[in-house]
Design a protein around this ligand. Structure first.
Ligand code: HEM
Length: 406
């Protein structure tokens, strides 16, 4: 990031309340609002969120890549009420910068790159196929079935459990822990949700400590065993496992849900994909671009800096709105069109810079395996009902996606 000199062509501040992240109308389709904001300025003040938001692709990319901006963890307060939640995040590589981040990322990437995605591929494809086969059977017997409970919410958490080697009963509890902990990432979570998040974090920490003790004595082919072999610190192991569970699970659930919904709303694109499995890889990227599962990432300025001419004083925050970046016409031709063959597709859905998603190859495999199973088991799938949406903005997803056949 360059010196904090405003660029003359960019307005310094646009003081507005650009959108209400809790408004169901906005959540149903935030993209026209993003387009209006983007055409007015690349960065807007957002008094409701208490920080400016970047909305152009270039400005979001600058937020994610800027070395004057960092993920600076601030403990949830009062800290005495959140010991486990804070422990998980303080020790997560996603929440650190500089030497501790780079050391931990090298260690985790080294363990991850010991062939875990290749090891898991046949298992992931087999599981996706079984889940979609059950879904198809339910569609054929009952007339419709929910993709979210049947497939989207099940596959990613099972994959993380397999990656980490988590046995029962913790395995069955993982999804609930993750869902409960991530409610803290939404703007102003309610008191009771905060208390539940701490309880879930404490149970997760206990389960992981137990798993680590077991794997120290009985190493397996899993990632926890590889991390222990690399002599990871005990708290960092727990923080890493929590990060993999939450980052690796929640986003993938919503890519599958949002992505299949996008395809069903664009039947010609679904037919293209059914006819040509060679499009799977491009389709996965396009589904992540078209309806981003993670809408907002924050950074804190380490020194006085600027993004697209907008001053960000040291110690203050700025957010990148990935859904807005993903529809920027400066970068994507016809950005509101879904094009399963889109190439190139430089979306920021997996982030950019030093925090770029470590699990992208595994996530791509999970979404592609699901699309492949749907193509084979339910080629004539259609939407059975208008899907209800989760009320969250940052983690954008559906509650239910009921499928039927034509
Ligand atoms: C389609 C699903 C996924 C999406 C859209 C996604 C997106 C992202 C994004 C945007 C970031 C960067 C956050 C930032 O810059 O502040 C990130 C980081 C990360 N993701 Fe993913 N992710 C997905 C799946 C996964 C999976 C399956 C795993 C692991 C099993 C994973 C592990 C990670 C990790 C460890 C980081 C932190 C990297 C670092 O801080 O250096 N993600 N992800």
């Amino acid at each position: 990031m360059g010196p904090a000199t405003p660029r003359p062509e960019a307005p310094l501040t646009t003081i507005t309340t650009p959108f209400d992240p809790g408004d169901p109308g906005f959540l149903a389709d935030p993209y026209p609002t993003f387009a209006a904001l983007r055409s007015a300025a690349p960065v807007h003040e957002h008094p409701g969120l208490g920080m400016p938001v970047a909305v152009s692709h270039a400005a979001c990319s600058a937020v994610l890549r800027g070395r004057d901006l960092g993920r600076i963890w601030a403990d949830a307060e009062p800290a005495a009420d959140f010991p486990a939640f804070n422990l998980l995040h303080r020790n997560s590589l996603l929440e650190r910068e500089g030497e501790p981040h780079d050391r931990l990322r090298t260690l985790v990437a080294g363990a991850f790159n010991r062939g875990h995605t290749a090891r898991l591929e046949p298992w992931v494809r087999g599981l996706a196929d079984r889940l979609v086969a059950d879904l198809a059977e339910q569609v054929h017997t009952d007339g419709s079935a929910d993709l979210m409970t049947g497939v989207a919410a099940t596959l990613p958490v099972e994959v993380i459990a397999e990656l980490l080697g988590v046995p029962e009963p913790a395995r069955s509890a993982l999804r609930g822990w993750s869902n409960t902990i991530v409610t803290m990432y939404e703007p102003s979570p309610a008191r009771v949700r905060r208390a539940a998040a701490e309880r879930a974090a404490a149970e997760f920490v206990d389960a992981l400590r137990g798993l680590a003790a077991h794997r120290r004595r009985h190493p397996g082919p899993d990632l926890v065993s590889d991390l222990l072999a690399a002599e990871i610190d005990a708290d960092e192991l727990v923080g890493t496992a929590a990060l993999l569970l939450m980052a690796g699970h929640e986003a993938t659930v919503n890519v599958i849900g949002n992505g299949v919904l996008a395809l069903l709303r664009h039947p010609a694109q679904w037919r293209r994909l059914v006819a040509d499995p060679g499009l799977d890889a491009a389709a996965v990227e396009e589904l992540i671009r078209y309806d981003a599962p993670l809408q907002l990432f924050e950074r804190t300025a380490v020194v006085d800096t600027a993004v697209a001419g907008h001053q960000v004083p040291a110690g203050t925050k700025i957010a990148a709105l990935l859904g807005a970046a993903a529809r920027d016409p400066q970068v994507f031709a016809d950005p509101d069109d879904l094009d399963v063959g889109r190439a190139p597709n430089p979306h920021l859905g997996f982030g950019a810079g030093v925090h770029y998603c470590l699990g992208a190859p595994l996530a791509r495999l999970e979404v592609a395996a699901t699309l492949d199973a749907l193509r084979r088991r339910l080629p004539d799938v259609r939407l059975a009902a208008e899907p209800p949406r989760r009320p969250d903005f940052v983690m954008r997803g559906l509650r239910e996606l009921r499928l039927a056949t034509a």
